[in-house]
Design a protein around this ligand. Structure first.
Ligand code: SF4
Length: 220
């Protein structure tokens, strides 16, 4: 690292220790930024990280000869400034209160939101839903599996993968990972979550009313 202008930590292992560092971290696995202190560190987490994102970071460095703008966790904002939740094609189902209740149920076949199946998209910052994987073919949610939040620190210790989040802060698409940290300190999470639940119930009622109205108009 001595002659390096900057160091790129590829993947969650290098960026935050990943599974080796999961509690109780028996081997003392340590991310690069906690070892090397005298160089700029660019964290590109993900388990694995996205190929296009890796290429994008290198191209940026070569093209502009400077470090890309980073968030509070050292991740390039160009790829980690939006939540999976804000770019997810299933988001309209979340907003409408339409959820998968168990894998392979009718709602799963319809492609409803995976929030109740433990999806960590609302608290995960990455570009999966934008770039997707395998030349844009798919990403975990599109394949029917909830996001496990692999680009966030300590994601192995952030609760069971298949248990839904009790609450989460930041509902606007303008929210960044750094804003989330501020929001947690500024407001009660329970209050925000309650607002979201109320909004969804209200939307669900409106949708059901619309369905009933259509049935009446259709003569059912
Ligand atoms: S909770 Fe998950 S599946 Fe649902 S809209 Fe958000 S990111 Fe997509």
């Amino acid at each position: 690292a001595e002659g390096a202008k900057a160091i790129i930590s590829w993947g969650s292992c290098a960026s935050n220790g990943c599974i080796q560092a999961a509690n109780p971290n028996p081997t003392g696995a340590t991310p690069i930024h906690k070892i090397i202190k005298n160089k700029p560190i660019i964290n590109v987490p993900g388990c694995p990280p996205i190929g296009e994102v890796m290429a994008g970071v290198i191209v940026y460095l070569l093209t502009f000869d400077r470090i890309p703008e980073l968030d509070g966790m050292g991740r390039p904002k160009a790829f980690y400034s939006r939540r999976i939740h804000d770019t997810c094609y299933r988001r309209p189902n979340y907003d409408a209160g339409l959820f998968v209740e168990s894998f392979d149920d009718e709602s799963a076949r319809k492609g409803y939101c995976l929030y109740k199946m433990g999806c960590k998209g609302p608290v995960t910052y990455n570009a999966c839903a934008v770039t997707k994987w395998n030349n844009g073919v798919s990403y975990p949610i599109k394949s029917g599996h909830p996001c496990i939040g692999c680009s966030e620190e300590n994601f192995w210790d952030n609760g069971p993968f298949y248990q839904h989040l009790a609450s989460f802060p930041g509902f606007g698409i303008e929210t960044t990972a750094d804003d989330i940290g501020l929001a947690v300190g500024a407001v009660t999470v329970a209050g925000i979550a309650a607002h979201a639940v109320r909004a969804n119930i209200k939307k669900r009622k409106l949708i059901n009313a619309d369905i009933e109205e259509s049935k009446k108009e259709g003569g059912e």
